[in-house]
Ligand binder design. Structure first.
Ligand SMILES: [Zn+2]
Ligand SMILES: [Zn+2]
Length: 342
């Protein structure tokens, strides 16, 4: 069967490998149909993903079809299209035992820490598959990416009348906007890119999308009618933007860091204390978030989100280009059905 391996930096290779063995009890063998390509994959390809080990089979945003069942599996049937939750938790640490499997102490992520879905078939625990409920394959491959935004909004737990600001309109930030909209909240989004602001507005994900300009606090205050927002979700992963976001929540407000940065952040503690801001990190997502995304997917134009497509044969030439903002990629999609190689 076909497998696509990132052997080293900028070295993607297609190969013909043996089929996986029959799935063990509680596991399922799936055929991979779509693989969403995200920043993690592009960083790994470019050699900019910290602690990444090569060789690795990439692919953690997966739409798959159930191919064979291990003993005892009753939650899915052969032929079902499903989304994959690629976070394999230990099930026994404190985080896992309190339902916070997304931040398991020993978390392994498919396609990042262990080999992922850029191969024709693989075995997965049945517990990590989510029913499509009519959502098409391209949509199922968006679920993991969008679930991160849904988890972040669930962490923030906004009240119905809260003012919500989302900073950063990359794919993760757009997912945050969708999650807030799914709760009936009107989002004000902040991003310097006219292209991204236009996408968020055109897709009706936000009530307003504003340019931060030179003073993001002033820009947000103006957009919020002279007050500051109750909830701020920062999906920039950019240190200067994240530090500036400390100035955005109103007294008693909440700041959620969805994006992360490899390094330290600084903030003015007197101001943080004066406002008694609640600061939250949000990492990955849980099964609840995946199901919430699938329920919300019929409300979005999936075709508009999938701006770029590729096949196993063209992946190595096209994927590196997607790092260039000029390509305007919202989501690049690898279509494994288009394989003619093996
Ligand atoms: Zn991803
Ligand atoms: Zn655990």
């Amino acid at each position: 069967m076909l497998q696509i391996t990132l052997h080293d930096v900028a070295d993607l290779r297609l190969s013909d490998v043996a089929m996986p063995e029959a799935p063990p009890p509680g596991w399922v063998q799936v055929r991979v149909r779509r693989v969403g390509i995200c920043g993690t994959d592009l960083h790994a390809y470019a050699g900019r993903q910290p602690f990444f080990r090569y060789p690795r089979v990439l692919g953690h945003e997966l739409a798959v079809t159930v191919h064979a069942l291990g003993a005892g599996v009753q939650t899915v049937a052969v032929g079902d299209d499903v989304a994959v939750r690629p976070y394999l938790e230990c099930g026994s640490c404190r985080a896992c035992c309190t339902g916070r499997t997304n931040c398991c102490e020993r978390l392994t992520v498919l396609g990042v820490h262990i080999d992922g879905g850029m191969r024709a078939f693989l075995n997965l625990p049945a517990t990590h598959l989510h029913h499509a409920h009519g959502v098409a394959l391209d949509g199922l491959a968006l679920v993991e990416m969008l679930s991160i935004g849904f988890h972040a909004v669930r962490r923030a737990n906004p009240r119905a009348d809260d003012t919500v600001v989302v900073v950063g309109l990359g794919p993760i930030g757009l997912g945050v906007c969708l999650a807030a909209r799914a709760r009936g909240l009107a989002v004000i989004a902040v991003d310097p890119s006219p292209h991204r602001r236009a996408f968020a507005s055109d897709q009706r994900l936000v009530a307003q999308a504003i340019d931060p300009g030179t003073d993001v606090v002033a820009a947000v205050r103006a957009a919020c009618g002279g007050s500051l927002p109750d909830v701020v979700l920062d999906a920039t992963g950019h240190p200067a933007a994240m530090e500036a976001s400390f100035g955005l929540p109103i007294n008693s407000g909440t700041l959620v860091f969805v994006g992360l940065v490899q390094g330290d952040l600084r903030f003015a503690d007197p101001e943080f204390h004066r406002r008694e801001v609640t600061l939250l990190a949000s990492r990955n997502a849980t099964a609840i978030d995946f199901d919430a995304v699938i329920a919300a997917l019929p409300s979005i134009d999936i075709g508009a989100w999938v701006t770029h497509r590729t096949t196993p044969a063209t992946l190595a030439t096209e994927m590196p280009l997607w790092r260039d903002p000029a390509f305007g990629v919202i989501k690049g999609m690898l279509d494994m059905d288009a394989s003619t190689v093996c």
